[in-house]
Design a binder for this molecule. Structure first.
Ligand SMILES: C[S@@+](CC[C@H](N)C(=O)[O-])C[C@H]1O[C@@H](n2cnc3c(N)ncnc32)[C@H](O)[C@@H]1O
Length: 209
């Protein structure tokens, strides 16, 4: 390994350690808002990005980016920064993301209320939404209503992927709107987790005449 490469990888390792400490400290102060003790693992983020319909043209929405591990995975997968909008509720995290990811549209705001946060009159349609906001406090009917609103903001064929540590679907399918499936468990995540994948519901097939 060349000296420059060694310095870069040392700097990356230092940044990862500092992020871990910062993330954990924020979780201690606000466990419900954070929903996780540590940033998602690299393989978890890669699984989430691979399951997301980034191949459909158009902007990509990331909700609850934290310190940017999924943002980084999107960029590593070849997504142009100008396609990504990342909405983060924590002011300090949003400031770090803005510095860390030039070209990404980082918004400090509420990812539950896209109409207010995006202030676009509901016009923007996303190719995919990567969702990592904790929703344990929301009753099932509110979760379904939230995801139904997100689906109204997806381009045709677009999907929504969700980070969750639950082992059953965190949001149950809504007939005529979306179905749900899961990735295999990613064991090196803390804690091990699946990516939940919500796809547009298939239209019922017409019975044969
Ligand atoms: C479980 S962490 C996920 C962080 C990162 N995506 C990862 O995979 O490591 C949840 C993140 O959602 C953010 N968050 C919580 N409520 C939010 C809201 N209403 N809108 C946007 N972000 C929110 C938290 O500040 C935190 O950064």
């Amino acid at each position: 390994m060349q000296r420059n490469e060694r310095q870069t990888s040392n700097a990356e390792a230092r940044e990862r350690r500092a992020d871990l400490v910062r993330f954990f400290g924020t979780w201690v102060r606000n466990p419900i808002k954070m929903g996780a003790v540590a940033p998602s693992s690299a393989s978890y983020c890669a699984t989430m990005v691979a399951a997301s319909t980034t191949e459909i043209d158009g902007p990509i929405l990331e909700l609850g980016p934290g310190l940017g591990v999924v943002t980084r995975a999107l960029l590593d997968a070849g997504v142009a920064p100008s396609r990504i909008t990342s909405i983060e509720y924590d002011r300090d995290f949003a400031a770090t993301l803005t510095r860390r990811f030039p070209g990404v549209n980082v918004i400090h705001g509420d990812g539950f209320d896209l109409d207010a946060t995006l202030a676009d009159g509901g016009a923007t349609r996303f190719s995919t939404i990567l969702f990592a906001i904790p929703i344990v406090k929301l009753p099932q009917a509110e979760r379904q209503a939230l995801f139904t609103r997100y689906f109204a903001r997806l381009a045709p064929g677009g999907n929504l992927t969700q980070l969750s540590y639950l082992w059953t679907p965190p949001v149950k399918p809504v007939a005529g709107v979306f179905d749900v499936s899961a990735s295999p468990i990613v064991w090196d995540n803390i804690p091990p987790a699946r990516v939940w994948i919500y796809r547009p519901a298939r239209l019922p097939t017409k019975p044969a005449p």
